[in-house]
Structure formats: C-alpha cells, structure tokens
Design a binder for this molecule. Structure first.
Ligand code: PLP
Length: 498
C-alpha cells in the first residue's frame, strides 16, 4: 500500500458532484460551440510530426486528481495542434464525417443515460426507438418494404459499415451451409469441395476483404470482379465467376455490390446483379456507406433500382447525414437468417421478454453483446432537420460538386477522371503523377484545405469530397481558385528546367 492510499479518509469521495458536472458541462458545451465558430480558421490537416503530441504530455498518470479547467486548457494548448479538422468547411478529404448540434447533444445524452441496450429488457426504449428510427429511414430513403421491422426483415444500428458487412457475410455463410459451419468449423475436404466463395468488385472497400478473412473463408476465396469504364462491376463477369466456382464444386455464398465506391463513386448495377444472385442462390449485400444518404432525394433513387433483390444493405449516417461517428444503418430482408447465425443465449441473459418472443434483442443482430444508445442522436438529427431539411443540404452538396466538376471540365490544365454522380469529384492535372503529387502536398501543407488521392486507370487522381456540415459555395470556389493558382505557380517554376 502506498503512503497516499494509507492517508486517505475512507469517507472521502473523489467523484464529480452534479453541481460540478453542471459547471464543467456548461463550460465544455461552450468550448464546443466556440470550436464550431473558429474551426474554419484552423489549418485543416494537422501539421505535427509523429510523436510530437505525446512528447508534450506527462509520461506518467497523475497520482492526485486534477481540476477540470486544467484538462480543458490542455486540450486547447496541446491536443488541438494534433487534430485534423474533419468538421472544417474546407475539409474535402476521404469522405465527410459531418457532425451537427443535435447529434452531438444526442451523443451527450446517451452518455448521460449510460444505458446498455443489449436486450430489450435492459432498456426497452433503447431497442424500441432504434426499431422506430430504422423504420423511419426505410420510408425516408424509399428502401424496400421487406426491410421494415413489421415485415420479414428489419434494421439495426451497427458501429460501422465494416461490421455490417461482417454480419451479412456470416449470415450468408450460415444460410449456405444450413447453419452448420458454426458447429463444425469452416473446413473443406482435401479436394477443396464445398469451399465457400465470396465476390465483390476490384473497386470495393477493403472492409469486404477484411470480413472475408475474419469469417474464415480465406482471402483466396474472395473473387475480385472486373469493372467497366465507369468503375461499376460487370455483371456478366460476376455470373461467369459464380458458375465456374459451382462447376468446380465450390459453394458461392456472398456477393457484395457497392453503391458509391470509395475511390470514385462507381455505382454497381444492383438490379442485374440481384437477378444473378437470386437465380444462383447467393446472398446479395449492398454497401452504400457513403452514397446511400443521397436517396433522401427522390431524384437520386435510381441508384437503388433492384434493391428489393438484396438480402442486406447498409449506409453510414455518420458520413453524410449530420450524425457524428459512429452510426451505420444496416438492414436485412430476412431477420431470421441473421438472428439464427448470431444468437447465443447463456443462462444469465435469459428473461421473460426474450423467452416470450414478443421483443427484439439487438445483441443477436451484431458481433458484440453490449451496445450504446445510438438511436438517440439519429432521432434528434431527423427531428431537428426534418426530411426536407436533410434533403436541402444533400442537394446543396451535390450541386456544389457539379459546379466544381464543371470548372474542372472547362479548364485547360485539369481533367475529370470519373463521372460525378453525387458529391465526389475525381480529377487530375494533365502534368502527370509527380506533378499531381506535388500539387496535393503543397495544398495540404498550406492548411487552407484538405484533399486526398486515389489511383484510377493507373494514374494518380485527386479526390474532392463535398459533405461537411458548413461547407458553402464560397469554400468550394476558394478551393478551386487555390488549386488552380497553386498549379499555375508550380508550372511556372518548372518551365526553366525544361
Ligand atoms: C467508408 C466506407 C466503408 C467503411 O466504413 P466504416 O463505417 O468506417 O466501416 C465501406 N464501404 C464504403 C463504400 C465506404 O465508403
């Protein structure tokens, strides 16, 4: 026992009292509101070197508790330099992670309630609000009626699209093997007969490959199907691959199609792919993590044509629907398969409501047991904006992306690298890969804006993704002027060396 512990008064409490919480809580909310006001003036991509932030902080934890204002000051003085400002209106990198007032407050309230929603019985409102909000989203996005909880399917909030894909794959694997791999393991016979196979396109997100590895199919049993000139999966190539595997005695079990690929927003043709999957008895999962939000607007629902043929579908409100991370919305058309694949009921979780079959226990719809009250922030966001408000902002983002694409198309120095169906513009300078890389580095080092890159058709390509909560026409115009003038200055510097 240390000296400190010996001296402690057994009656003393170190807890923050409700009064102290009120005081520091107000101060923290003030801090966040102030951050919202100034985030546009901070360098978008953090400019620190590796290890720099840690080196500024004490190597060992404090023995005595510290005051909250000191902690909040350290956030300002030490952490902020190491923050890449995803909430900046000049953030155009990767994909948006757009937060909003109602979602942040919903998150706070969820922490305040501190609920564990693993079973209906452990907090009925947590489960019932989630079911309601997921049914609302079916209506808001015009999704198939089978996804409704009142039909054969239903929706559940997952942490991420990666988890949604893994759950879908496990349900698909179990449905294909008659729910036996979970008992016997994934072994095939020595000729590889019965090997389970999954399919996705060369443009699919890396989370599909990760799911295939975790679910035990083996990476060599993931077929990457070729894409067309618009980076969409070729259905004929998919069908040929499935038939080849069937003829060889393997068992095709899972296809993941993408609506809005990460690199370029390629849109796989869901209807044609869905018919192939139905006909050949393969589970179709549709990953619309980023692009799904666009379906709030009826004029963008064409990308969902054929979705009634899908077994599962997901999109991330935590990307482009003003809901802070984490919140992935995941639906299945037949909840029976998912629940049968993931349900384990130990004695200590048995309860009357579960036993009666009258309630949903969301622990059976996901990998972990425990779960947070995520529906609260989603409920707040939908009620604050209303469907019309959400639609308005999504339309604005898409409109801004189209304007930016128009400037690129008219420019003599730049070209578009892919179609622009929604809010992502893929473009490049005509000066080649090294020029584009240097341009990207200069722009990002300036702190004025943040873009990322990908490779399309073997060429380095810049990506401008529009979806931050407070991004306006002005920010996008300034970004284009900045990109153009930086490229012009670079070209001028290069001239004498030619
Ligand atoms: C972002 C993204 C993912 C991964 O999302 P997480 O929720 O972080 O797992 C998967 N697929 C697509 C198409 C994405 O855009």
């Amino acid at each position: 026992m240390s000296d400190d512990t010996k001296r402690l008064d057994p009656e003393k409490s170190f807890h923050m009292t409700p009064d102290e919480f009120r005081r520091w809580g107000h101060q923290t909310v003030d801090w966040i509101a102030g951050y919202m006001e100034r985030v546009g003036d901070l360098p978008v991509r953090s400019q620190v070197a590796p290890g720099e932030i840690r080196a500024r902080l004490p190597a060992s934890p404090p023995q005595q508790g510290e005051s909250f204002d000191v902690m909040l000051r350290d956030v300002d003085e030490h952490l902020l330099d190491g923050i890449t400002h995803w909430q900046s209106p000049d953030f155009f990198a990767y994909f948006p992670a757009n937060a909003s007032g109602p979602s942040i407050l919903g998150e706070l309230l969820s922490a305040g309630l501190g609920v564990q929603g693993m079973l209906w019985a452990t907090s009925p409102a947590c489960t019932e609000l989630e079911t309601l909000v997921m049914d609302w989203l079916v209506e808001m996005l015009g999704l198939p009626q089978t996804f409704l909880s009142t039909s054969t399917g239903g929706g559940v909030i997952q942490d991420t699209a990666s988890s949604a894909a893994l759950c879908a794959l496990i349900a698909a694997r179990e449905r294909t093997t008659g729910f036996l791999t979970d008992k016997r393991g994934c072994q095939q016979d020595s000729e590889g007969q019965g090997t389970l196979v999954a399919y996705t396109s060369t443009q699919a997100h890396s989370s599909i490959e990760k799911a295939v590895r975790i679910a035990g199919l083996g990476q060599q049993n993931l077929r990457l199907i070729e894409v067309d000139e618009n980076y969409a999966m070729r259905p004929a190539a998919l069908e040929a691959a499935i038939r080849r595997d069937r003829q060889a005695g393997r068992r095709p079990c899972f296809v993941s199609a993408t609506i809005g690929t990460t690199s370029s927003h390629g849109l796989d043709p869901i209807g044609t792919i869905g018919e192939i999957c139905r006909h050949l008895g393969v589970w179709l999962h549709v990953d619309a993590a980023m692009a799904g939000t666009a379906a709030l607007c009826p004029e963008h629902r064409k990308m969902h044509d054929g979705l009634e043929l899908a077994d599962s579908y997901c999109f991330n409100p935590h990307k482009w629907m003003f809901t802070n991370f984490d919140c992935d919305a995941f639906w299945v058309a037949d909840r029976g398969a998912l629940i049968k694949a993931l349900s384990v009921l130990p004695e200590y979780l048995r309860n009357e409501a579960t036993e009666s079959g009258a309630v949903l226990d969301y622990r059976d719809w996901q990998i972990p047991l425990g779960r947070r009250f995520r529906a609260l922030k989603l409920w707040f966001v939908i009620r604050h904006y209303g469907v019309a408000g959400l639609r308005h902002h999504v339309r604005q983002h898409i409109g801004l992306a189209r304007r930016f694409a128009g400037w690129v198309a008219q420019s003599e120095d730049f070209e578009l690298a892919a179609p622009v169906p929604l809010n992502l513009v893929c473009f490049r300078h005509l000066g080649g890969d090294a020029f584009n890389q240097r341009l990207l580095d200069l722009l990002n080092n300036s702190g004025d804006l943040y873009l990322t890159h990908t490779k399309l058709g073997g060429l380095l390509t810049l990506r401008l993704s529009i979806g931050q909560t407070h991004t306006t026409a002005e920010h996008v115009q300034r970004a284009w002027r900045n990109i153009e003038s930086t490229a012009k200055a670079m070209a001028k510097d290069l001239k004498p060396c030619e």
